[in-house]
Design a protein around this ligand. Structure first.
Ligand code: KIV
Length: 271
């Protein structure tokens, strides 16, 4: 029997076992109770309360503005919905960089106030101390390398990262540092598939890709993008599984027409 179908609860240990057995890990973002219930019931392995909430929930252009309190609000709803999935929460920009004590305090707030199972941080060697301090409190940490959206103002563009040798070698070295520091998994975003494959082969911890090719240990997408709720964002790595925008648009138009034409509510829909 496969590991994912036999476990009642996905833990970091289950994810290692899945990698060892070559079972791919399915991860999606989630930001609220109702969606998280569907994700969990459908059997997703990991729900990431991503700081992409800043884009898809709050309408910001980048992930930079979202606050720790806002992440805690989103994560609390997700955790209340979940029975099986591992819930990982992004530490937002400005709550961990350059100050490992603050990184620990932010992580403790997330764990205490939401009941989530792990936190995710962006960056490599420069956040090693923060990762180690968070881990010293028994909080599991997921790393994130490649296109790290909190650094968008440094990159200046959302193009594929690590296409040049120097950046690719730094990414491999950072993945080693994060594994050694104790991260239980890594996200690799928007990098060449060959580099994703190399990192997944060199690391013992699960490597989950978003635009990192098919040879990594699992995949993650932003829920609103893969459901087709968002329309503007169409990178090559995104597969849309539905056109929920069109379906919702149609349903809402039908409702408006029914209200205006006095079709809703009818006799059976009133007291
Ligand atoms: O915030 C987010 O949604 C993420 C994923 C893109 C991995 O970090």
């Amino acid at each position: 029997m496969s590991i994912h179908s036999s476990v009642k609860r996905v833990t970091t240990h289950v994810l290692y076992e899945m990698k060892l057995k070559g079972e791919k890990i399915a991860m999606l973002t989630g930001y609220d109770y109702s969606m998280a219930r569907i994700l969990d019931q459908a059997g997703i392995d990991i729900i990431l309360v991503g700081d992409s909430a800043s884009n898809v929930m709050a309408g910001n252009e980048t992930t930079v503005p979202i606050t720790l309190n806002e992440m805690i609000y989103h994560a609390s709803g997700v955790v209340r919905a979940v029975n099986r999935a591992l819930v990982v929460v992004d530490l937002p920009f400005g709550t961990y960089q350059g100050n490992s004590r603050e990184a620990l305090q932010s992580s403790i707030r997330i764990m205490k106030e939401t009941g989530a199972h792990a936190v995710k941080l962006e960056g490599g060697s420069e956040i090693k101390e923060s990762v180690e301090r968070i881990l010293s409190a028994g909080i599991p940490v997921m790393g994130h390398l490649g296109l790290t959206p909190q650094s968008i103002h440094k990159f200046g563009t959302y193009v594929v990262r690590a296409t040049e040798k120097e950046e690719a070698e730094k990414l491999v070295e950072d993945s080693r540092i994060l594994e050694e520091a104790g991260c239980f998994a890594l996200v690799l975003e928007k990098i060449p598939a060959s580099l994703g494959k190399r990192v997944a082969e060199e690391r013992k911890i699960p490597v989950i890709g978003i635009g990192a090719g098919r040879h990594v240990d699992g995949q993650v997408l932003v829920l609103h993008d893969m459901l087709g709720i968002t329309q503007e964002f169409s990178p090559r790595f995104l597969r849309r599984y539905h056109n929920l925008h069109a379906e919702m648009f149609g349903a809402i138009q039908n409702y408006i027409n029914d209200v205006r034409s006095l079709d809703f509510p009818n006799e059976k829909e009133q007291y």
